[in-house]
Design a protein around this ligand. Sequence first.
Ligand code: HAM
Length: 421
Amino acid sequence: MSTFKAPKGTYDLTPPDSAKYLAVREALAAPLKNSGYGYIETPGFEDVALFSRGVGESTDIVTKEMYTLTTKGGSQLALRPEGTASVLRAALEANLHKLGNLPVKLWYSGSYYRYERPQKGRYRHFSQVGAEAIGAEDPALDAELIILADQAYRTLGLRNFRILLNSLGDKECRPVYRDALQGFLRELDLDEETRRRIEINPLRVLDDKRSEVQKQLVGAPVLRDYLCDACKAYHEEVRDLLSAAGVAYEDDEKLVRGLDYYTRTTFEFVHDGLGSQSAVGGGGRYDGLSEMIGGPALPSVGWALGVDRTVLALEAEGVELELPATTSVFAVPLGEEARRVLFGVVTQLRRDGVAADFAYGNRGLKGAMKSANRSGARFTVVAGERDLAEGVVQLKDMESGEQTAVPLPEIAGTIRECLAR
Ligand code: HAM
């Protein structure tokens, strides 16, 4: 160990576990690539104001969890706590919304940073795969995203997750509800901080986990009763499309997300094997965000799935991913001459697209065969002085243990044939 450790709330991905993370990332993105979403990458940091305006001044993310810094040039930056505001900023900056047909559909994958209290499933550096569909108001788009996330999780083999669905209303009906809720909450027996929250973001009070608060919330006005006809019809259509696609969901009128930009559809994927950090993914519609960050009206919808928590969910369900072996052929030279010859064979195999590795460091036959075993290679190629004198190398099938002498000029071709079988 060195003097240093990974910072609190972070962890390193190292082999062999790191292969699982890569596979999960791939699997989460696969349905998007197949559904018209184009890849977008944005910087790891942005102007602080993008998030305080976009995510919301009163959210925990902005008030408590942002890593902010002042550059030598005096700019106020923040490490990105989420992807939606950045992706929309980038889409507007590149005028993607003017180039072709709407919606602009984008997917991304990367690291995000939140100064949270670390615990299992909650980290200060974590990884998301996300999707944003910008510039269209169409219930089929909301449904598409939920269906694609469901497909991604199922393809990975996850089963014990549930989809929670809600509508938060729009700029017509939400303010009316907000007033009614505030009226109700102000009458309750609550602490100072919660009282302040009533005035800034009363919907978040509904999300309070404490039982003494939950007890008092019985009989609170529910948003569903306040939704305007347009929001109601929109929500019904999303629900119908999900049902028609065979995607089961639960209506959860208490689902309030931790970001302020949401309107209408909101949803969360929760996994029952994860304890308190149960949300493996979440998202919703954000029809007003573009205008909040100085852009034109562009109703949009998206989600982000947590890679770290998806891996934990797979472990909780005991799902083993089928990861392809990283090395197909391992070469073990005995002596200087064999080293040069087999290094040439390995180089050739790699150029032919065969995953091959080599016993470096002259550790002798025993050590080298250990490495060959550990590599998971299907075949080992061994050669010593006597083999070379006869113009052959030994090809060993690591599954059957069978060993055959193959003429040196034929070895690459023979291996390709054996692997194709
Ligand atoms: P979010 O719910 O804040 O939404 O994060 C999405 C997912 O990221 C969570 O469900 C969780 O799996 C993972 N996640 C969040 N924080 C942490 C953490 N501290 N440690 C580990 N995993 C974490 C958003 O970020 C929105 N931008 C989603 C969205 C996209 N809405 C519309 N478009």
